[in-house]
Design a protein. Structure first.
Length: 106
């Protein structure tokens, strides 16, 4: 954590790091995830000296809560659909759109 960060941010950093490690991330990756998340939260709260425009304008991670994961309404990615079509040997898959791949696989 950067010098001058609050005890709250220290606790938040440790909590995120521990959670990432429990999910199977390496120690290095867990530290990176925690640092990026806490730095973004600090920027949005006006606690850091410098902040990128994307950090300030974006929705906080605490509020987002996985909204951007690929398990939502859109389902599988085009790449995942393409790989499934390849396994099933569906002809013309390379020129299909995501919707066409979904129809061909259903």
């Amino acid at each position: 954590m950067p010098a001058g960060s609050s005890p709250k941010r220290e606790r938040q950093y440790e909590h995120i790091k521990d959670g990432a490690k429990k999910r199977g991330a390496s120690t290095k990756r867990a530290k990176e995830i925690a640092a990026r998340t806490v730095n973004k939260e600090r920027a949005q709260a006006g606690e850091s000296r410098t902040a990128s425009r994307s950090s300030i304008k974006d929705m906080p991670a605490s509020r987002r809560g996985g909204q951007r994961s690929h398990s939502g309404a859109q389902g599988r990615t085009k790449e995942q659909l393409y790989n499934e079509a390849k396994k099933r040997n569906i002809k013309g898959r390379s020129s299909m759109s995501k919707a066409e791949l979904q129809r061909a696989l259903s």
